[in-house]
Design a protein around this ligand. Structure first.
Ligand code: SF4
Ligand code: SF4
Ligand code: SF4
Length: 256
């Protein structure tokens, strides 16, 4: 089967997980041929049809939007990997800021940088068939998708919060038992509750559980976190950083 991996605005952390999966299990290469993968191949093939297209990163230029749409036309199965592709990613923190000032803050010669102030998750530009959350995604989630897709199936979508993973692992709740702030109850699971297992509160890197959260629920929980010492400003910052799309949707729904 033919696979393309395309990168938009992102850090390559998720793509590196794909590389790791294939490096640790080369038998996957008997099934999958990574024919378009600029990060690991010297030559760029002429684009053609693909069985799977993985997309990492959010859309921050017109060219990237055109590229996503073009690849959409070349596959029946497009997968968004990571918080950048699904929600916007940490670069969404700049939305609403003066883009020229942001560029000048980062680059010595900002005139050379052509980028829009807006940051779009890939689903804003085209249809996405499957999402793998994370920042970065977990390699085993990528592997599970590749193995099941090869057999004509798909992994079961995740519909619970990080708290479910704490319960299964027998991790004592940091909020209840230790008064430590944690975004786990409003964050989509899949990481194995890594942070709570090291007695650190979840900071929401897998993204807000937008599919069944309301602004009232989230607001109430932010109020509780405030009483534990995690100020609303910091929670807003984290939600914008990892959950820009879902957080914005909740706010827009509230404003209607
Ligand atoms: S989701 Fe995180 S790890 Fe993946 S590309 Fe974006 S910033 Fe990097
Ligand atoms: S530690 Fe956090 S993620 Fe774990 S059960 Fe408590 S609130 Fe939920
Ligand atoms: S516990 Fe939260 S912050 Fe830590 S890896 Fe999981 S989702 Fe990300």
């Amino acid at each position: 089967m033919r696979v393309a991996v395309i990168k938009l605005t992102s850090c390559s952390g998720c793509i590196n997980e794909i590389v790791k999966v294939v490096a640790l299990d080369p038998k996957l290469l008997d099934i999958y041929e990574f024919v378009y993968f600029n990060e690991i191949t010297d030559s760029v093939e002429n684009v053609s049809k693909y069985d799977i297209v993985f997309v990492e990163g959010s859309i921050t230029t017109k060219e990237q939007e055109d590229m996503v749409k073009m690849f959409r036309g070349l596959t029946d199965f497009m997968v968004a990997i990571g918080a950048c592709a699904i929600h916007g990613g940490v670069q969404a923190l700049r939305v609403g800021e003066n883009i020229e000032a942001v560029k000048a803050y980062v680059y010595p010669d900002p005139k050379l940088i052509e980028v829009e102030s807006d940051v779009k998750p890939v689903a804003y530009a085209t249809k996405i068939d499957f999402y793998i959350p994370g920042c970065p995604v977990r390699g085993d989630a990528v592997k599970s998708l590749l193995e099941k897709f090869a057999r004509g199936g798909l992994p079961t979508p995740i519909l619970e919060s990080v708290c479910g993973e704490c319960k299964r692992r027998g991790i004592q709740c940091l909020v209840v038992s230790h008064g430590i702030s944690c975004l786990g109850p409003i964050t989509i699971s899949g990481c194995g509750a890594i942070c709570p297992s090291f007695r650190r509160g979840c900071y929401g890197c897998y993204g807000l559980r937008g599919f069944d959260e309301t602004l009232t629920n989230v607001g109430n929980y932010i109020g509780l976190l405030g009483r534990l010492g995690l100020g609303k400003e910091i929670v807003d910052y984290l939600l914008r950083a990892f959950s820009f799309k879902e957080f914005s949707k909740l706010i827009k729904a509230f404003e209607k």
